[in-house]
Design a protein around this ligand. Structure first.
Ligand SMILES: [Mn+2]
Length: 380
């Protein structure tokens, strides 16, 4: 069978005030085009469909349309919630999704069997899929208790709980079908893509790849935004995000992963690049150097290597209208701030303010008197 594996769409992302919605429309259209060309039997979306737990109506429209369009290629579509998604909200769409032939799993269900999804390809090949949405520590404990896998012990880690869950959920994996897992989590040894830095990426949430059974033919993961395979007892892959959503992900090459697998052949993967993604870039230099930068349509983070002064940000913005973030290079800042701080040491606030006023050519005794009065009022 053939699988298209994608994850971490983060629809609804606003980067430094800039909506990325039209970019998401473009990249998801390309994902759908790839699905038309590749004709996968199954599309897996491994979490973080949305960027926030309270998506706008526009974001919801883009995600539901993309899922419908993927389904309309003839593929089965299964999507799980990631840590950015609101799992309960995703579950609220299950009625719509089921009518459309799409399978959603937003939260952990009270019956373990709800996380085991089965199907048969157009060619009559059976497959089964364990679909586990993102679990917080609390829900991981609750799920293991709910499925009567163990009594909660304070010493059990997140990885213990997740390991026990996968062991129970994959119990039925045998040689008669293609055995698949999709989940949204950090595997020990995975490389961060840059934009997923948050509480759920810290090491207490990392699980070893050994939580996946050798009987799995393919494990489709989401959470790390960089496309990568992970060493494990079976083929374990992150598809990566189709669009770099934050500075720091600019080195990633966005793609979707196409998987060919059968009950008795090892999974073969191949990446199909997403070429419509607007890149993110970091550029560095003096105003002169920045004036020669040709960044195309990339969104920019700019580090200016000049001392801070009024109007510098505006000058950069004029040169590079696609700069979303303008900062003084931290090295330059350290150089210029140390002597200033030394000059200021031990001097009275009213003297510093008087210096500031005269440096601006604005010597006005009324302003100085007002400053004195206000400064006195705040208790000095
Ligand atoms: Mn993510």
């Amino acid at each position: 069978m053939r699988i298209l594996h994608t994850s971490d769409w983060h629809v609804g992302k606003v980067l430094k005030g800039q909506s990325r919605l039209s970019e998401h429309v473009a990249v998801l259209k390309q994902v759908v085009d790839i699905a038309h060309a590749e004709r996968p039997d199954l599309v897996l979306v491994a979490g973080d469909l949305f960027d926030t737990a309270a998506p706008t109506p526009d974001a919801t429209r883009v995600v539901t349309r993309a899922l419908s369009a993927l389904r309309n290629t003839g593929a089965e579509v299964v999507a799980i919630a990631g840590n950015h998604d609101n799992g309960a909200e995703l579950d609220a769409l299950r009625g719509w999704a089921e009518a459309a032939g799409i399978t959603l799993r937003g939260t952990v269900r009270d019956r373990a069997s709800e996380h085991l999804i089965g199907g048969t390809t157009r060619d009559g090949e059976p497959w089964r899929l364990v679909a586990l949405p993102f679990l917080s520590q609390r829900y991981a404990v609750r799920a293991t208790e709910m499925y009567a896998l163990s009594a909660a012990e304070a010493t059990q880690t997140y990885a213990d709980h997740v390991g026990r869950l996968f062991a129970a959920l994959t119990e039925s994996f045998d040689g008669t079908a293609v055995n698949l897992v999709t989940a949204h989590l950090t595997v020990v040894g995975g490389m961060l893509g840059g934009g997923e830095r948050d509480a759920h990426t810290i090491q207490s949430y990392a699980v070893p790849a050994t939580v996946f059974p050798t009987s799995a033919h393919y494990v489709a993961l989401g959470h790390l935004h960089r496309r990568q395979p992970v060493l494990g007892p079976c083929p374990v892959h992150y598809s990566g995000a189709p669009l770099a959503i934050d500075f720091g992900e600019e080195e990633n090459t966005p793609s979707v992963t196409i998987v060919e697998v059968s009950p008795d052949t090892a999974a073969k993967t191949r990446d199909v690049p997403i070429t419509t993604a607007t890149p993110l870039r970091t550029v560095r230099g003096t105003l002169d150097q920045l004036s020669t930068v040709d960044a195309g349509d990339a969104w920019l983070r700019v580090y200016v290597t000049e001392p801070p002064r009024a109007g510098l940000r505006e000058a950069v913005q004029d040169l590079l209208p696609r700069a979303l973030e303008v900062r003084i290079d931290p090295a330059v800042l350290a150089e210029t701030q140390a002597p200033q701080r030394a000059q200021r040491a031990g001097r009275a606030p009213r003297d510093l303010f008087a210096d500031y006023l005269s440096s601006k050519g604005h010597v006005d005794p009324d302003v100085t008197a007002l400053f004195d009065r206000l400064y006195g009022e705040v208790g000095h």
